[in-house]
Design a protein around this ligand. Structure first.
Ligand SMILES: [Zn+2]
Length: 318
């Protein structure tokens, strides 16, 4: 991050340059001093919180506490120096949550990330995303399946450890029922989009898991027949284990059999898994979706990562 200002920045100026304000806000946010308003993210308009952040920074670094800065002064050079270090610890990626947020950043929204894992919020020119400072040591690590399930259902704070196992690869047996998967994704596309929008999550994450569950879990279409008879333990299209997850949505024992509610239940589970994984990826979410007991990625997880990247549902329709 480069800290070069067009004009001096100060609280009393009516002439602060918008791009100067934006860069200062980004640096102060990165350093844990500035928190923007949730709905707007990093804007180019000066606000009191920014000047207070600047003053606090000056106080902490033994600089004259003026709440102002300009090119060539010590405040600006120390701000630049500190901003260009790899920050330590973790943060929650926040977006303004509107349609202008780029897709790749929207996919990070609400996730815990470490500063050594690029990209960083606010780094790109027009990015309004910011980092919410957190102390990860204060969040309980939960690695026992039943406690993880309780945390997801009750939406209580937790971190689920999940490591990437580089020794596993995709098994071709997962590809057995592509037609059923294609049909399901086409049929339920509107529910997927609606649910993703409602819960502020990347719809391709839902699609990837639904794809995998239908390719693998539908028992060549038989799964849907069993669901109609209410004879299955897991319910499609998301293939949700009824006895474990029915309380994630109202009246779940009945509503999980309704595709729209079933997809929303899956969406909520995915969203809550995502927010409990440090440096979340489709693979790590996939592993926990497959089994809440896992602490590392497996074949299913790799498959989810593969499907998320390839997006096979986009292939030309016959
Ligand atoms: Zn952004």
């Amino acid at each position: 991050m480069q800290a070069t200002l067009n004009r001096p920045v100060s609280r009393n100026s009516i002439n602060n340059d918008p791009s100067d304000i934006q860069i200062l806000k980004k640096i102060l946010n990165r350093l844990g001093y500035y928190k923007p308003l949730e709905k707007t993210g990093i804007t180019p308009y000066a606000d009191e919180a920014m000047f207070q952040a600047l003053s606090q920074f000056q106080r902490d670094y033994g600089l004259p506490v003026t709440g102002s800065t300009k090119n060539g002064d010590q405040t600006l050079s120390i701000l630049e120096r500190e901003a260009n270090k790899i920050q330590r610890g973790s943060y929650i990626w926040r977006t303004a949550g509107d349609d202008k947020v780029r897709k790749t950043h929207a996919a990070f929204d609400g996730t815990i990330r470490t500063w050594d894992n690029a990209p960083d919020p606010g780094e790109d020119m027009n990015c309004r995303c910011w980092a919410e400072k957190i102390d990860i040591r204060k969040i309980p690590v939960v690695n026992i399946a039943k406690d993880r399930i309780a945390s997801v259902i009750d939406n209580t704070p937790a971190i689920f450890d999940i490591k990437v196992d580089h020794t596993v690869s995709v098994d071709s047996k997962f590809y057995e029922d592509i037609e059923t998967a294609k049909q399901a994704l086409e049929l339920y596309d509107l529910h997927i989009i609606t649910s993703a929008h409602k819960h502020n999550i990347d719809p391709d994450l839902i699609r990837s898991i639904m794809w995998a569950e239908n390719v693998r879990g539908s028992q060549i279409g038989l799964g849907y027949t069993l669901d109609r008879l209410k004879a299955s333990k897991t319910i499609l299209p998301m293939n949700i284990y009824k006895n474990l997850w029915y309380s994630i949505i109202p009246n779940g024992k009945k509503n999980l059999y309704n595709a729209e509610h079933n997809i929303e239940a899956g969406t909520i589970i995915i969203k809550r898994l995502q927010s409990r994984i440090v440096n979340s990826t489709p693979e790590k979410i996939g592993a926990l979706w497959n089994s809440m007991a896992f602490e590392k990625t497996n074949e299913y997880a790799i498959y989810i990562g593969h499907v998320y990247k390839e997006k096979p549902w986009k292939e030309a329709k016959p």
